[in-house]
Each structure stands twice: as C-alpha cells, then as structure tokens.
Design a protein around this ligand. Sequence first.
Ligand SMILES: Nc1nc2c(ncn2[C@@H]2O[C@H](COP(=O)(O)OP(=O)(O)OP(=O)(O)O)[C@@H](O)[C@H]2O)c(=O)[nH]1
Length: 363
Amino acid sequence: MTPPVQPDITPPAPPPVIPTQALATPASPVPASPTPPSAIWTTAGSTPAAAPVAEEARTGWFGRLKQGLSRSTGRLTDGLTGLFTKRKLDDEALEELEEALITADLGVSAAGRIVENFRKSRFGKEVTDQEVKEALAAEIGAILAPVARPLEIDTSRKPHVVLVVGVNGTGKTTTIAKLGQQWSEAGQKVTFVAGDTFRAAAVEQLQIWGSRTGCDVVAPAKQGADAAGLAFDALKQAQERQTDILLVDTAGRLHNKSALMEELRKVVRVMQRVDPTAPHSVLLVLDATTGQNATQQCKVFAEMVNVTGLVVTKLDGSAKGGIVVALAQEFGLPVHAVGVGEKAADLRPFSARDFSRSLLGLD
Ligand SMILES: Nc1nc2c(ncn2[C@@H]2O[C@H](COP(=O)(O)OP(=O)(O)OP(=O)(O)O)[C@@H](O)[C@H]2O)c(=O)[nH]1
C-alpha cells in the first residue's frame, strides 16, 4: 500500500534541499593520496557502486570534512598544543596525552591503547607537537581502518531490507532520505517504510522525502498503527514489485526500553515470516553531538537487535567527533557513513585516513 504523497503537508522543520548534482555518486576507489578507496555501499559481487570522482571533488570533500570536524579538532589539539614543544616523552607527558585524548571523547580504552603504543615506540625521545599529531593520526587511523567498511547490498534479494534504528532525533529519517536519494540515482528501486507510526511528523517527513527523491513510501493508514504489520505489508509489496532496497524507519523512544525492544524485535520477527533472511542490514544511526551517550546507545541497541553497522551524523555541529574512535575501539562495528551537514551530499563514505587526519587538523 503506497499512499499518495501529500504535497500540502508542512513538516515541523523544512527538510533540507537536496543538491542532486553533488549527490550523484559516492566516492570511488582512486589510488592517489590523500584518500583511500571508499564508498558508502557496495553491491554483492561488484566493486564499489560509484563512478570515478575527480581529484578536485575529492579534495573538496576532504576540506568539508576538515571544516565539519573543526570543533572536534579544536577540542583535541587545544589539549595537545604546547605539550610537546621539544619535550621528552616521559611518564608525565604520556599521562597528559592520555588525559587530552579522553577529554576529546576518544574513550579510556582507545586512549590507553594509543598511549601504550607511544610508550613502546617513542618513550624517552624528544618530540614536537607536529610529530605527536602525525603519530596520533596514524594510531587513530589504525583503530578506524578495520571499521571503515561499506554497507554490502545484495540486490539479487529483491528487496535487500535495511532496518534503520536509533534514538529519535539522531538523524534516522534524513539518513534514510539521503541513502534513498543516492541509491535511486545509482539506478536502484528504493522504498521507504515509515515505521515510526506514532510520530505523525516522522511519517510526513518521510513522505515529503519520498516525493523529492522519487522513492515509494509505505506509510501507516493511521497514527499509531502496528509497525510490524506495516513492515510485513511493505516487504510483501516490495517482493511483488521487485524493489531493490527496502529502507525501514523505526521508532526510537528510549525512555521505555523494554517496549522499544519488543517493538523492534516484533518488526524483525514479522518480516521474517515473509523473508526468513530479513533484515539483511541493521543500521544504527548515532548523533555525534551526544558524545559518550552514543556509546551507551550503541550498547543498548546492540542488545535489542543485531546491529550490523553504524552511521554517525552531525559531526559538523559537534566538538565530540572523537567518539567515533571510542565506538570503533569498543564495538568494532562497521562505520558505513558519516554525516557532516544536513544536505544529502553531506552523508559520505567513512574513510579512516581522512577522518583521523581531519580530526587532527592535518592535510
Ligand atoms: N548538522 C547536521 N544536521 C543533521 C545531520 N543529520 C541529520 N541532521 C538534522 O538533524 C535533525 C533530526 O534528524 P531526523 O532525521 O529528523 O532524525 P530522526 O532520528 O529521524 O528523528 P525523529 O524523526 O525525531 O525520529 C534534522 O534537522 C536533520 O536535518 C548532520 O549530519 N549534520
């Protein structure tokens, strides 16, 4: 059941305008520095679903990432500046370094790992700020590299079901819209399921995004309708229509954890009656501005459902970008994409090297 899109609906906040040109393709593998191969997704059996991107565009994106992360960079590097002006890397210096990393939200475990590696390789040596920044970027890059993995889409499934979970306001709906736009432009047939049935605004927002991106939207007939039933109908319909990707939005009210867990599990269970292998991906959307809270959310959602990957949004408005390092160290879940702005083009593949160098303000 695809309800007619309601053009007269006024959303609570106007959705951002999508610049189609900038959205055309995710980044592609280009061996040249500074960016290693990356893409938000790959389709099964193929290389990343992306066309070559000019070096200029690539540099532009790196600049945007750096700019987006500037508050986080300030938080981290302010703690380092002056610490290592021709100073011996002794116990005291290492302790101060560890403190600066923890203050910048990298988490106790990642900070400890980095400092231990510094101790092994540089203890007692005289170092400068610049050397420390370069070495830190390399250490952080090493923590991030294993999680910088694209979302694998199996388009032979018809549909590949992507369940999108996360606390309200983290950017779930806009992430769905951004992915939908990028997939549509790559030639995939995409349907959105407005599974947060209690929030009329969330349903309306998705309908507006659907009409903008050319994606079908399956919405509840009335507010508060059963989300699992909606997902069941949407999946059946997607199979009949040979839809490539079904993106399922969900509720994210955490104040009643057990009710939310029951609802999410029911959505999964009921979809499995239609396709026992669904959902094929479970994306957890985390808001970087919440810092350490994101770690807690990751823990809670991973207990509720089988989270297969993360999208970290709002890195542009956050001074807490270091949280991505804490998440990588603690959970090891793939980070498929990061959001550094409200426009669809601001959802980009996650590159360990770009991210770690940007975080330290390095080129
Ligand atoms: N600055 C910035 N804003 C973002 C980003 N991603 C999403 N937003 C904004 O964050 C706000 C919340 O996003 P939604 O997509 O509505 O969040 P949600 O998780 O679906 O929340 P509900 O609709 O309340 O369930 C919107 O104003 C988005 O435009 C980002 O990467 N950077």
